[in-house]
Structure formats: C-alpha cells, structure tokens
Design a protein around this ligand. Structure first.
Ligand code: ADP
Ligand code: MG
Length: 420
C-alpha cells in the first residue's frame, strides 16, 4: 500500500515546479494569449514526462504516476488547444517509454473529451476560485473511476483497496492541493495587474504639471507662426501653410486640454436616470462630422433602457469609445451600435470593422498615455474606463487585427419608478 512514498513526492514536486515556471513567465510579461498558452503547454509537457519517469508503482497491467494532474490542469487553464497538445505529448511519450497501449489511448482521449465537455457544461471560466477547486476534485474523481472502468472492461484488471487509495483518493487529493495553489497564483497575477494600473493612475495625478507642459509646445509653435503671419509681403501659399499649421496645433492643444479636463472632473456626483438609447443617439449625432469624413455607415439597434449615472459623463465615455471606433476605419466601414436589456442589465455593444488590436494592445486599454496614433493623447479610453467603473459598469473588449473591435459595456438597469 503506497500513500506517500518518495515517488509521490517527486511527482508532486515536478507538477509544482511546472506551475511556478508558468506563473513566473506569465507574471513577468503583461502579455496574455498565445504566449501564455505556449508556456503552459511546454511546462505541463515537461511535468507529464518527468512524472512518467518517476512511476509510483508498476506492474504488468499498469504504470501509475500523477501525469493526469498536469494533463487535466493544462486543459482547465490553457483551453482545448493546450489540452490537445498535451494529449499528443502524453500519448507519444507513453508509447516511447512503455510501448503502445490501446487502453491508455482510450483512457486519455475520454479524459480529454469529458474534461472539455464538463468545463463547457458548467461554465468553468465564469466560476469563482472555490467553485473551480471543487469542480477540479469532482472532475478528477470522475476521471479516476472512468479510467478504472475502461481498464476493467478492456483488460484483466482488479479493483482492490490499493487501487482505490492510489488511483482514486491520492490523485484527487493531489488535484485539490494543486488547484488551490493554481488559484492562489492566478489571483496574485490579477492583483498585480490591477495594482500596476492603479499606480499608473496615481502617477497621472502627479503628471498634471507635465500636461500643461505638453500644451505649451503647440502654443509656442502657434505663437511663432502667428508672428510670421504678421509680417508684410508673405506669399499667399506661405500664408496658407502657416494658417494650416497653426490650426492643427490649435486642435492638438484643444484635444489635450479636453481629454485631461474630462479625466480630472468626471462629474459623477449628480446622479440621474439616463435613457441609454436617447443618449447614444445624441453621441452619434455629435460625431456626424467624423462619420461623414470617414464615410462610415452607421447601423443602430437600440432597445430602450434606463440606467443611473451622470448624463454628461455617460456621453463623454461613449464619445471616446465611438470616436476611436471611427478612427480605426479611416477608409470607411460599418459601425454597429446596439443596446439591449437582459435580466436587469443594460448591455451596450459598439462594433467596428476597422484595424483591430493585438491581445497585447487590448490588455493595455484604459492605461493612461497608451496610444498607437501619431497625434493621439492616450487619455480618451482611460477617461471612459474611469467613468464606466464609477457608474459600476463592466467593460470587455473583443478584437482581432484586420477584422475589427467590439466593446461591450454592461450596466445595472434602473427601474423607471424606483426611488433613488
Ligand atoms: P487615442 O485615441 O488618443 O490614441 P485612446 O485612449 O482613446 O487614445 O485609445 C487608446 C488606443 O486604443 C488607441 O490609440 C488605439 O490604438 C486603441 N483603440 C481604442 N479603440 C480602438 C478600436 N475601436 N479599434 C482599434 N484600436 C482601438
Ligand atoms: Mg481616442
């Protein structure tokens, strides 16, 4: 009877090492997406191979180690593609080490399919930490029992007390501990990222002085050109050039001041009922000049809905988001603005088919001074995010380079006759 021998400890050690490696590499970069998936696949592959090299016990019918843990963890935290990569690594290395086994093949393919099916069924991504831990233990117990039944059905296999302890209880207990550690680390990563954003916003306050400095630059340029314009005998074309430069510098100064003032004074104290469809239509009307300039076609699907907040701030927040969408389609395109009311929530979606963003860029949205535009201030979305968060709204973004971007904003619905 084996419960905790040196090999069990070795197996757990390899799994922990791979988890810390993933945490270290993902936490260092603020990048998510393919990078973290690749790191997850490679680290868990190593854990699977090392676990197999350190079997807990071996007999003619089975080799037992904890390779199932990194395999299932990989599917849970890395998704189906990572899971599929791990399945291939697992089957290939198992065949190389112990020869081909049809039973092992069936067991792992079933494990892969059942994990993905149950994750979808129980909406794993939306679970709380505690629910994920409970889910992983139950899932693991199901896998252990399933595997035993498959082995019993396909080969000569005896389920005894040893089997129950080592194949069902031990891996499930290991999974409990490991998922708990994973969840703690994931929380840590999220907290660190939130902290970085908060620190940046604090720095912004101290940078108010530098904004005035930024405004001074266009002002100095404008002053110089106005002086030149004041001179006699300037050719007409030069005059036009000076006026154009002065106007573009004026626009830039105006934009910086406008964005900054809106951030410093989000006006969120006066609460009123906002009619979402009415205010979104107003914002679209305000943007008419840019819409015409970019030859964008607008489609509206606005369902009436009420929320609580400050009307001016609401307009400001959506003006910035819709303006960005229009600016992402300089050669024209379609802008879709929709709102719908669902289960006490008002959900607004702003979809463009413009240039889109990479996952790295999407991650940085809302950070002060993040801009990919030559004359961008990088303050617009920061203000929108701040206003929407002050109104207890939630923002999520889906974007694909070359395809377009969709901003989803969700607010709690205000009932028409509810007292404030
Ligand atoms: P700015 O517009 O001055 O650059 P913002 O804070 O409004 O600053 O936006 C920050 C950045 O986010 C933009 O520079 C752009 O790269 C990106 N962005 C925002 N919305 C979109 C969108 N709909 N499509 C593509 N990129 C976007
Ligand atoms: Mg902008």
């Amino acid at each position: 009877m084996i419960i905790f021998n040196q090999d069990v400890i070795n197996n757990l050690f390899y799994i922990l090492l791979s988890i810390f490696l993933i945490f270290f590499l993902v936490e260092k970069k603020t990048v998510i997406g393919w990078y973290s998936k690749l790191v997850t696949t490679l680290s868990f592959s190593l854990a699977i191979i090392f676990c197999m090299l350190s079997p807990i016990y071996q007999n003619p019918y089975c080799v037992h180690d904890l390779r199932m843990i990194p395999f299932v963890l990989g599917i849970m935290y890395g998704g189906p593609f990572t899971g599929f990569g791990l399945l291939v690594v697992l089957l290939a290395s198992r065949t190389m080490l112990y020869g081909w086994s049809f039973v092992a093949f069936v067991i792992y393919v079933v494990m892969f399919i059942v994990t993905i099916a149950l994750m979808r069924w129980f909406k794993f991504a939306a679970m709380t930490s505690r629910q994920k831990i409970i889910f992983s233990v139950i899932l693991f117990t199901i896998h252990s029992i399933n595997s035993a039944l498959i082995a019993k059905y396909l080969t000569v296999f005896f389920i005894d007390q040893n089997y129950v302890i080592n194949f069902i209880l031990l891996p499930s207990l290991g999974m409990l501990i490991i998922t708990y550690i994973c969840e703690t680390l994931v929380k840590q990563i999220h907290m660190n990222r939130a902290l970085v954003k908060m620190e940046k916003i604090e720095v912004l306050g101290q940078l108010a002085a530098s904004i005035s400095h930024e405004v001074k630059n266009p002002l100095t340029v404008m002053k110089g050109f106005l002086k030149l314009l004041n001179e006699k005998n300037i050719p007409l074309e030069k005059k036009e050039q000076y006026i154009n430069i002065t106007l573009s510098e004026l626009n830039r100064a105006e934009e910086i001041i406008h964005d900054y003032l809106a951030f410093a004074n989000p006006n969120s104290e006066q609460l009123e009922e906002i009619s979402v469809e009415e205010q979104l239509s107003k914002v679209i009307d305000l943007l008419e000049p840019i819409i015409l300039q970019h030859s964008v076609s607008i489609k509206k699907g606005l369902e009436p809905g009420l929320i609580k907040g400050n009307t001016r701030s609401f307009q400001q927040a959506f003006l910035n988001i819709i303006k960005n969408a229009l600016e992402s389609m300089p050669q024209g395109g379609d802008l879709l603005v929709t709102s719908l009311v669902q289960q006490n929530k008002v959900i607004i979606a702003i979809r463009d088919n413009g240039k889109g963003m990479s996952p790295e860029e999407t991650c940085r949205l809302g950070e002060p001074y993040f801009s990919t535009k030559e004359t961008g201030t990088g303050l617009g979305l920061m203000i929108s995010y701040r206003i929407i968060e002050a109104m207890k709204g939630k923002i999520s973004v889906e974007s694909q380079i070359g395809k377009g971007t969709t901003f989803f904003i969700e607010f709690v619905e205000a009932r028409e006759n509810s007292s404030s």
